[in-house]
Design a protein around this ligand. Structure first.
Ligand SMILES: Cc1cc2nc3c(=O)[nH]c(=O)nc-3n(C[C@H](O)[C@H](O)[C@H](O)COP(=O)(O)OP(=O)(O)OC[C@H]3O[C@@H](n4cnc5c(N)ncnc54)[C@H](O)[C@@H]3O)c2cc1C
Length: 521
């Protein structure tokens, strides 16, 4: 993926793209992937980095949604289970089959969850990841050594998928780019262009790195900007009512020994009726989440003190050793783009989490809602609108069968797994130069060669791109990421031919962001 080459492609003003996608999160990338699978020409414009928004801040689950099942949303669960199964097959390097244990403290819960999860298994059909079953108190304690034992009657084990969200976003971008799509980060859409009949025929884009403005022509424009969808809708129709209600969810990251084993913990109903997950991820434990209404859509939302307290207090109720603020290595917050409830109601938990595709009078196609797991189907459903908007024919989607960049039958071991088939080349790069075979940070296995690889092949242009989304150090251990920033910036500057000023500016910018991920004890 080469940014300069892709910039050249958008400089050609005579070109008319079949589809222009605004937004490089899971939704926009799903649209780009599906469009390219049908042989359409597609350009995707992301104003920051791929998955900078909500798509790098999820609970990291590829799931059917056990709780949506409890809410009776059968269609959503069936669709998500099918997508879950296929994603694990198409991207084995970025996903895992993760066993979850629900600790059981009452016999009613045993019946309820055993039956519910059998239905969940059955709904997944041939794409099932494993059979759910009840396990004894002794086995529950063996597999979750840190779980609270008082009153414990046993556990129900079930299987769901787990993934690296930002790396999957990048790999989808690479898959689409490999197949001919023009994918760009740091390219923000500033305006929409309409013809004399009021139909959208293109857009205005600004390269956020050098300030150059471009005008693009497209037969169909897709607004896949998550919590920012209203801003694009305002460009289309100034004064139109707000559609999106951001709802914040935070996660705390701590050492694995708070849980103890390789299994994840799932609490289907906390004291105040929420769901709590504690999931092993890249050698750490990710615990969350919350559901807090926020008024403003922000690229870098901040966890509220009350959310941090809530997660710590709730986790303490289920873990033998109660985590405290000083045990938290990082906190990250993300915003769910929920449909805004009708006047007077604020109950986002009850709003359906299924996605919606809306076509405006001017033919702007807005994709909203949904979840990471169903990104491909969301893309497919959006691209289906192409004939009605362009008047042209559309061939059937092939994205269900598309292997994701890096796909390999033999997934490399350890932290190399996320690179899939690329890992070999990165290891070669490390061998070529002793500086590149050094680790970025003593507590992490990642090598400096990965920084160079990210700049050369993964469109990383800022220190934050590398430390937050190419390798996930910022959300695994924010202090370690801060400590690594200078080393990373220097190597990036050398490769990108940037001066000392650039290094200093990058360090200031990274510090400003990274401090939001630290918790004050
Ligand atoms: C706390 C939390 C936990 C979650 N956990 C899970 C989970 O475990 N599993 C799961 O399946 N789903 C999960 N989800 C849901 C999932 O993460 C989201 O549905 C999904 O990431 C939304 O992606 P998106 O592309 O719509 O939005 P985003 O990822 O926010 O992408 C929108 C992009 O548009 C860009 N943009 C905005 N304006 C412009 C512009 N003018 N020009 C160019 N680009 C622009 C932004 O920079 C941004 O990158 C979770 C959500 C939250 C909040």
């Amino acid at each position: 993926m080469n940014r300069e080459e892709n910039i050249k492609q958008i400089s050609d003003t005579s070109r008319v793209w079949d589809i222009a996608v605004i937004g490089g999160g899971s939704s926009g990338l799903g649209v780009a992937l599906d469009a390219i699978s049908r042989g359409l020409t597609v350009v995707l414009l992301e104003k920051a980095d791929f998955a900078k928004g909500t798509s790098s801040r999820s609970t990291k689950l590829v799931h059917g949604g056990v709780r949506y099942l409890a809410q009776g949303d059968i269609g959503l669960v069936l669709e998500a289970l099918k997508e879950r199964g296929k994603l694990l097959q198409n991207a084995p390097h970025l996903t895992e089959n993760q066993p979850f244990i629900i600790p059981i403290y009452t016999w009613f819960d045993r019946v309820q969850y055993s039956v519910g999860l059998k239905i969940y298994d059955w709904m997944a059909g041939s794409l099932r990841l494993g059979k759910s079953k009840f396990i004894s108190k002794e086995e529950t304690i063996r597999r979750l050594p840190a779980v609270k034992q008082k009153g414990l009657k046993g556990g129900v084990v079930y299987h769901d998928g787990q993934f690296d969200d930002a790396r999957l976003a990048l790999a989808i971008a690479q898959t689409a780019d490999d197949a001919g799509a023009c994918i760009l980060n740091y390219a923000s859409v500033k305006d929409l262009i309409k013809n004399e009949n009021g139909k959208i025929t293109g857009l205005k884009v600004k390269d956020e790195l050098d300030g150059t403005n471009y005008t693009l022509q497209a037969k169909m424009v897709v607004n896949a900007t998550g919590v920012f969808a209203d801003k694009i809708l305002q460009m289309d129709q100034p004064g139109s009512p707000k559609m999106i209600q951001p709802s914040q969810g935070i996660h705390l990251v701590m050492d694995m020994d708070f849980l103890g084993g390789k299994d994840a913990l799932m609490i289907p109903k906390t004291k105040d009726g929420r769901v709590l997950f504690a999931v092993p991820w890249h050698g750490k434990l990710v615990v969350g989440t919350t559901d807090t209404l926020r008024e403003k859509a922000k690229l870098e939302p901040e966890a509220l003190e009350k959310e941090i307290d809530f997660v710590l207090e709730t986790a303490a109720g289920y873990l033998a050793k109660a985590p405290t603020r000083k045990d938290v290595k990082a906190v990250f917050a993300g915003l769910r783009p929920l449909a805004r409830p009708k006047e007077g109601s604020t109950k986002t938990k009850e709003i359906s989490r299924s996605h919606k595709v809306i076509v405006s009078e001017s033919k702007l196609v807005t994709l909203t809602g949904g979840k990471w797991t169903t990104y491909r189907k969301m893309g497919e459903d959006t691209v289906e609108h192409f004939p009605e908007i362009s008047g042209e024919l559309l061939v059937p989607s092939q994205s269900f069968e598309m292997k994701i960049h890096g796909f390999t039958e033999r997934v490399p071991e350890g932290h190399w797994s996320v690179y899939g088939s690329d890992a070999k080349e990165i290891k070669g790069l490390a061998k070529s130069n002793p500086e590149l075979s050094e680790t970025i940070h003593a507590d992490f296995p990642n090598l400096m060669a990965e920084v160079l690889w990210a700049v050369r092949n993964e469109m990383a242009v800022r220190v934050e791109d590398v430390l937050s989304r190419r390798i996930r150090m910022l959300i695994l251990d924010a202090q370690a990421a801060l400590d690594s920033a200078e080393k990373v910036a220097k190597l990036m500057a050398k490769e990108l031919q940037k001066d000392e000023n650039w290094i200093q500016e990058e360090l200031i910018a990274f510090k400003k962001v990274a401090e939001k991920y630290l918790i004050k004890a």
